[in-house]
Design a binder for this molecule. Structure first.
Ligand code: TXA
Ligand code: MG
Length: 292
């Protein structure tokens, strides 16, 4: 069900989850002050309760109430927020356990989507995972959200997401580490705070298999050759071609959804170069191809 901005804010205040647009993907939000609403998010997604959620803020003003803000965090926040970046920081006691899955850290982010910021200004901080069922492709339109969670979920429609892949997650609780490539290229972060290590701990919930379409997916550096080979052996094939990484990221999930519904035997996805958002795209394709 589509709802207006004021209705979305009213629902969130009374403890109802609401799906809302961000520049990366749609989130399924609940007020951090409403533990029951946060629990309903896990139930709606079919997500294990120990997977921590990202907390979204309208601006940096209230941040120090919730997390310990380090120098590196200040630098990244100043340069890249609002935008598709999540920082993992030590939490303060005010952050409810249901949001962090009991961890002593919390992911925080200030999204740039104008509707998200207006909503957050009306409601205060919102805990929100991507608005898909657990293990499925993240939604980048309101219609995708309804496809994932059903028509009864309240959705604030902000049009198609501009970035199209989730935020980059940087862990700043130790030596800075990249937990998830995403909407901000690694190089943009390293230019500001130096080299990022590999994640010491995998983000809970970043399982090898994720973002999965139903159709068998083959990753390829030469999709034409692979398509010809498979067709010659009698397979029906659809091809998802790479392109400039920003544009490709923007349409990646919508294309995976569309091609998944074509009913072909094999979906061939062309791998991107690693520059720009290419590593974020390839990481998602690799997860989507890893079944089981
Ligand atoms: O772009 C995004 O980040 C979107 C939009 C809605 O903001 N959100 C999103 O949330 O992708 P979600 O829950 O689908 O993915 C967040 C990832 C999960 O893998 C989670 O385990 C990890 O971030 N995460 C959250 N808090 C964490 C923490 N304190 N430590 C380590 N990983 C954390
Ligand atoms: Mg997700």
């Amino acid at each position: 069900m589509r709802v207006s901005l004021s209705r979305a804010a009213a629902l969130l205040r009374t403890g109802e989850p609401v799906a809302f647009p961000t520049e990366t993907v749609y989130g399924l939000g609940a007020s951090v002050h409403q533990p029951l609403a946060v629990r309903r998010i896990f139930a709606l997604k079919g997500r294990p309760a120990d997977h921590p959620l990202i907390v979204h803020f309208a601006d940096a003003a209230q941040l120090a109430r919730w997390v310990e803000v380090s120098d590196a965090a200040r630098v990244l926040a100043g340069a890249l927020w609002p935008g598709p970046l999540t920082l993992i920081l030590p939490r303060k006691p005010v952050v409810p356990d249901v949001v962090t899955g009991g961890l002593d850290t919390v992911g925080v982010r200030i999204p740039s989507h104008p509707l998200a910021r207006q909503l957050l200004t009306l409601t205060g901080p919102l805990a929100a995972p991507s608005a898909n069922r657990f293990g499925r492709i993240s939604p980048t339109t309101a219609a995708h959200v309804a496809e994932e969670l059903g028509e009864s979920v309240a959705i604030l429609d902000g049009g198609p997401c501009a970035v199209g892949v989730e935020s980059t997650i940087v862990d700043l609780t130790g030596p800075p580490a990249l937990l998830r490539p995403g909407g901000v290229p690694r190089a943009a972060i390293e230019a500001l705070i130096g080299p990022l290590g590999a994640s010491a701990t995998r983000a809970p919930g970043t399982l090898p298999s994720h973002y999965a379409p139903h159709t068998a997916l083959l990753l390829s550096r030469d999709p034409d050759a692979d398509a010809a080979r498979l067709r010659a052996s009698g397979q029906s094939v659809a091809v998802l071609r790479a392109g400039p990484s920003g544009e490709h990221a923007q349409r990646l999930y919508a294309e995976l959804r569309r091609l998944d519904q074509e009913g072909v035997g094999v979906l061939i996805a062309e791998l991107s170069g690693e520059d720009g958002l290419g590593d974020a795209i390839n990481a998602r394709l690799r997860r989507a191809a890893a079944r089981g």
